[in-house]
Ligand binder design. Structure first.
Ligand SMILES: [Zn+2]
Length: 234
């Protein structure tokens, strides 16, 4: 059970039984001032939140909930037709103060601990790369984590997330509904359209988060859908 990847255990009472098989993985930041504070909250019965793992900035990996149980990390969320994201996912919290308390780079030690853990989880549950997502992807109107400083390209280089697509055509959707339909088909909840675009940008074009459809993100989105439907990425 990959115990060599887990530094210690601090079991949380905040879980229940899954009602869906595991098909996705959701990455978070803790968004609290210290890692100790964040870990304490994730095991506090009064807080009613948890995750399967928390990874501290020094690379210490703590198991909070066994993977076969439903941890409470995603809240009200949606991805590719699934609205009970907690039942279908493994949740990993990365210690980082977040946008509220001084958002900063995720240190190398933390990423070095994340990569092998992620690889083991993805392999164990056969999770498609397209379903390794951020909290902001599954709750675009509520959440910004893990945020634009998270190194998705590093995950992609390790085949643990989809790489940023290189569109083979420059295309502008002739109307916004086509764009939003594509966004929904890729997986996003588009009930708040601008929030969904911001989430897409935070993940795929973090240097420009504007919340409006444009030709570049439209082309990226189209390419992602093409690759997935052609079986070049799952
Ligand atoms: Zn989160």
């Amino acid at each position: 059970m990959d115990d060599e990847l887990v530094t210690r255990e601090n079991l949380s009472p905040n879980w229940n039984e899954r009602t869906l098989p595991v098909t996705m993985l959701v990455l978070h930041y803790t968004g609290m001032q210290t890692g100790a504070e964040a870990e304490a909250r994730l095991v506090d019965p009064a807080a009613q939140v948890s995750a399967h793992y928390i990874i501290h900035e020094d690379g210490c990996v703590v198991r909070l909930v066994p993977e076969d149980k439903r941890a409470w990390h995603a809240g009200r969320s949606f991805w590719r037709g699934i609205s009970d994201v907690n039942s279908a996912s493994i949740g990993i919290e990365l210690v980082n103060p977040g946008h509220e308390w001084g958002y900063r780079e995720f240190p190398e030690a933390q990423m070095d601990a994340l990569l092998p853990l992620l690889a083991a989880i993805v392999d164990r549950h056969d999770i498609p790369r397209a379903n390794v997502v951020g909290h902001s992807d599954v709750a675009p109107a509520r959440k910004d984590d893990p945020g634009e400083l998270f190194d998705w390209p590093l995950l992609a280089r390790h085949h643990l997330a989809l790489p940023v697509p290189k569109p083979r055509m420059r295309l502008v959707y002739d109307n916004d509904s086509a764009f939003f339909l594509a966004l929904e088909r890729f997986g996003y909840d588009i009930s708040d359209g601008h929030a969904a675009i911001r989430a897409f940008e935070r993940r795929w074009r973090p240097h420009k988060i504007a919340g409006e459809p444009d030709g570049q993100i439209g082309a990226m989105l189209f390419e992602l859908l093409l690759q997935r439907d052609m079986g070049q990425a799952r």
